[in-house]
Design a protein around this ligand. Structure first.
Ligand code: GTP
Ligand code: MG
Length: 425
C-alpha cells in the first residue's frame, strides 16, 4: 500500500540518574564521594533508505521511543547509554514539526540521516560535585528527560517527468508502454489511486524517471477528487507531460479539459504551471481524434509542443519520450542540497528571559530549564547548589532588574520558590 503521509511521536531516551555514594574501604578512613554518572538516553535518527517506497510502516505504529540511560552506580561506575533508534524512511521524505509545520529536514539522498530527538544527558554523580569546601556532596543530578514531540513525515516522490491529466486520459497506459511500471488500467475514471514511478530507457545508459499520478479534476487544488494530495508528487519534477484525451468520447472537449488542468496546476502552485510542459494528444487511433487534435493545436500550439500519440498502439511514443529526455538535459537538476537544519545547540543556561505571569516571575530558557529538570529538588543541598547557579549566571540580577520583592514567586520549569533577599543563604 502506498502511503505518503504519516504523523508520529518520537521520544528520546531519558538520561540515567547520577548516583550518590561514598567509598567505604577498609583502610581508607574518610571515604570520598564515589557516585557515578548516569548514561545518556538514546537518540532517534531518521535515515533515508533507497529501498523503501512508502511510509506505510508508520501507519501501524505511531509511537517511537529510544532506550533510557542506565543510572550511575557506586564505586564511580557510570551507567551505560540508552539504545539509539534508527527509523528508516523513503528517499524524498520531508520531516516537519507537527503543529507549526516547521521544516526540519528534507532527506533526498540514500543514506542521509537526521537526528530528530536527542537523548537526555546522564545526571552527574555526587563525585562530580566535590569541591574544596564541599568534600562530601550528598546530592547528584537526575537524568535529563529525553526530547519528545510529534513529527509529520511527508513523502514527495523524486521523478524527472510527471504525467498530469484528467482521469481516463490514458496516463497509466502511457507509463506502462514506456517503462516497466504496471499500474492498473481500466475504462473508468480514478483507476489509479496512488502514484507509480517508472524508469524510461531512452538509449544506452540514458534514462529518466516518470511518475504517473491519479487523475486531476476541476477543483483538485482544493481537494476535489483525489485532489492535491497527489500533486505534491509532481512538485519536484522538471518536465510535465500533459495527457489529453482527444477522442471526444463521452462528450468531453479536449480543449476545455486542457485549460482546466492548467488552471488547477496554477492554483495549486504557480511554479507548476510554469514548468516546461509537453502536450500528449492521446487516443489518436480513434475516429474523432483528428479533428480534435487540430483544435487542440490551434488553442495550445503557440505555447506548447503538441505530440499526437496513441498510448494504446504505441504510435508517437518514441518521439514524445525522446523529446522529454532532451528537454530534461536543458534543465538543471535542482542543486539545492538535501538540507538538514542543524539543531545542535548547546545551551549553557546563560540565555534566559524573565517574564511575568500574574504575581509570578517566570524564568525561561532551554539551558536553565534543563538544569532545573536535572536537579533533585527533594534534596536541600541540591537546591542550594541550584540557587548558587542562579546567582552565578545572573538570574538573581535579572529578577531584581524586573523589580522583584521579597515574598514574590519565581518559577523555572517545575521549580517554584518564594524570593528571599539572600536565596543563597
Ligand atoms: N483507444 C485508445 N484507448 C486508450 C488509449 N490510451 C488509453 N486508453 C484507454 O483509456 C482508458 C483509461 O486509460 P488509463 O491509462 O487507465 O487512464 P488514466 O489516465 O491512467 O486514468 P486514471 O488512472 O483514472 O486517472 C483505458 O480503457 C485505456 O485502455 C489510446 O491511446 N487509445
Ligand atoms: Mg491511471
Amino acid at each position: 500500500m502506498f502511503k505518503d503521509y504519516a504523523k508520529i511521536n518520537v521520544r528520546a531516551g531519558d538520561g540515567g540518574n547520577g548516583c550518590v555514594a561514598f567509598r567505604r574501604e577498609k583502610y581508607v578512613p574518610y571515604g570520598g564521594p564515589s557516585g557515578g554518572d548516569g548514561g545518556r538516553g538514546g537518540h532517534i535518527t531518521l535515515r533515508a533508505d533507497g529501498g523503501l517506497r512508502t511510509l506505510v510502516d508508520f501507519r501501524y505504529r505511531t509511537h517511537y521511543k529510544a532506550g533510557r540511560g542506565v543510572h550511575g552506580q557506586g564505586k564511580n561506575m557510570h551507567g551505560r547509554k540508552g539504545d539509539d533508534l534508527v527509523l528508516r524512511v523513503p528517499v524524498g521524505t520531508e520531516v516537519r514539526r507537527a503543529g507549526d509545520r516547521t521544516l526540519l529536514a528534507d532527506l533526498r539522498a540514500d543514506g542521509q540521516e537526521y537526528r530528530v530527538v536527542r537523548g537526555g544527558r546522564g545526571g552527574r554523580g555526587n563525585a562530580r560535585f566535590a569541591t574544596a569546601n564541599r568534600k562530601a556532596p550528598s546530592f547528584a543530578e537526575k537524568g535529563e528527560p529525553g526530547e519528545e514531540f510529534w513529527l509529520e513525515l511527508e513523502l514527495k516522490l523524486l521523478a524527472d517527468v510527471g504525467l498530469v491529466g484528467f482521469p481516463n486520459a490514458g496516463k497509466s497506459t502511457l507509463i506502462s508502454k514506456v517503462s516497466a511500471a504496471r499500474p492498473k488500467i481500466a475504462d473508468y475514471p480514478f483507476t489509479t489511486l496512488e502514484p507509480h514511478l517508472g524508469v524510461v530507457r531512452v538509449g544506452e545508459g540514458a534514462h529518466f524517471v516518470l511518475a504517473d499520478i491519479p487523475g486531476l479534476i476541476e477543483g483538485a487544488h482544493q481537494g476535489a477528487g483525489l485532489g492535491h494530495r497527489f500533486l505534491r508528487h509532481v512538485e519536484r519534477t522538471r518536465v510535465l507531460i500533459h495527457v489529453v484525451d482527444v477522442s471526444g468520447r463521452e462528450g468531453r472537449d479536449p480543449v476545455a479539459d486542457f485549460e482546466t488542468i492548467n488552471r488547477e496546476l496554477a492554483a495549486y502552485d504557480p511554479r507548476l504551471a510554469a514548468r516546461p510542459q509537453l502536450v500528449a494528444a492521446n487516443k489518436i487511433d480513434l475516429p474523432e481524434a483528428r479533428e480534435n487534435v487540430r483544435r487542440l493545436v490551434e488553442a495550445a500550439g503557440g505555447r506548447y509542443e503538441v505530440f499526437e500519440i496513441s498510448a494504446l498502439t504505441g504510435e508517437g511514443l518514441d518521439r514524445l519520450v525522446y523529446r522529454a529526455y532532451r528537454l530534461l538535459g536543458t534543465i538543471p537538476v535542482e542543486t539545492a542540497p538535501a538540507f538538514v537544519v542543524p539543531e545542535e545547540r548547546e545551551a549553557d543556561g546563560s540565555l534566559f528571559l524573565v517574564v511575568r505571569d500574574g504575581d509570578t516571575y517566570v524564568v525561561e530558557g532551554e539551558g536553565i530549564e534543563r538544569r532545573v529538570a536535572m536537579a533533585d529538588l527533594d534534596n536541600p543541598e541540591a537546591v542550594h547548589h541550584l540557587q548558587q547557579l542562579l546567582v552565578r549566571i545572573g538570574v538573581e540580577d535579572a529578577l531584581r532588574a524586573e523589580g522583584i520583592r521579597t515574598g514574590d514567586n519565581v518559577r523555572i520549569g517545575r521549580f517554584e520558590f518564594e524570593y528571599g533577599e539572600n536565596p543563597t543563604g
